[in-house]
Design a protein around this ligand. Structure first.
Ligand SMILES: [Zn+2]
Ligand SMILES: [Zn+2]
Ligand SMILES: [Zn+2]
Ligand SMILES: [Zn+2]
Ligand SMILES: [Zn+2]
Ligand SMILES: [Zn+2]
Length: 262
């Protein structure tokens, strides 16, 4: 009990402080000391085939031990009814399980794109066209794009409002990290390009939704059933109530610890 109390009580302020300091010092450290080739080898290559992860056949997938392998290698690995994680040697028993049921390691995929954008030594292919060199990246599509795709972004209505930045002169800096992190997208078909910016607070829903959801399946015509709210607001409220609950638990633990000493 005492130990748990000590750990939790110390954690919040330390995290808060270190977060503030880390962002600027990390960006300096990254540009100064990080060897991009080594970073790729250590974190962004599949440990079995040593190929860089990607968004298709080498999409990183997570094993129950939380180690990631590419889609292609994992498919082969789970062909046997018992397989062993090549990194930590944990054994797993499976039967007729599909590789698609393993979670995608999207954070690793986002990190890979971030590192590739800052790696001026290697050429990036356009994510849309084959064999075209990418010259920029769209912050809204999360894709590397070539000259003609960039032109399409400027003229086509579908891409209106999309922000595109040039890869030339792009530097690995923590200021750019958020441009690579995929915000939550709606999983409903025809909504997949929509970010989850709203929250349905209906008693049976209680989940993030996109603006199309709000106009269709979560239409707030029946006020008691679907209630549309701003997701940021809900987030702030939930964090606040989580903190309050944590404080209550800590208080009770402190009281209990005091009692047991008597
Ligand atoms: Zn692999
Ligand atoms: Zn493992
Ligand atoms: Zn775009
Ligand atoms: Zn293209
Ligand atoms: Zn939706
Ligand atoms: Zn709803």
């Amino acid at each position: 009990m005492d130990m748990l109390y000590g750990m939790v009580a110390n954690e919040t302020p330390r995290y808060r402080n270190s977060y503030k300091v880390d962002v600027s010092s990390l960006s300096k450290a990254m540009s100064a000391a990080v060897d991009i080739e080594e970073l790729k080898k250590q974190f962004l290559e599949c440990p079995i085939c040593n190929e860089l992860f990607n968004d298709t056949d080498r999409h990183p997938r997570v094993l129950p031990c939380l180690h990631s392998y590419c889609y292609t290698c994992l498919k082969t690995l789970i062909e046997q009814s018992k397989y062993t994680c090549p990194l930590c040697k944990s054994d797993f028993f499976v039967q007729n399980i599909s590789v698609d049921s393993f979670s995608k390691d999207n954070t690793r995929r986002d990190l890979l794109d971030f590192v590739r954008a800052g790696d001026n030594k290697s050429v990036i292919q356009c994510d849309e066209c084959e064999n075209e060199k990418a010259i920029s990246r769209c912050k809204d599509c999360f894709r590397f794009i070539c000259k003609s795709c960039q032109a399409a972004h400027k003229t086509m209505k579908t891409f209106s409002g999309h922000e595109v930045f040039a890869l030339d002169g792009f530097e690995l800096s923590m200021d750019h990290v958020s441009e690579f992190r995929h915000a939550g997208m709606c999983s409903l078909s025809n909504h997949q390009k929509n970010q989850l910016t709203l929250f349905c607070a209906g008693p049976e829903c209680q989940k993030p939704i996109c603006y199309s959801c709000c106009l269709t399946c979560h239409m707030p015509t029946n006020y008691k059933k679907h209630i549309t709210r701003d997701i940021e607001e809900v987030y702030t409220e939930k964090i606040k109530s989580m903190k309050e609950n944590k404080d209550k638990i800590l208080k009770t633990e402190k009281e209990l610890a005091g009692l047991s000493k008597v």
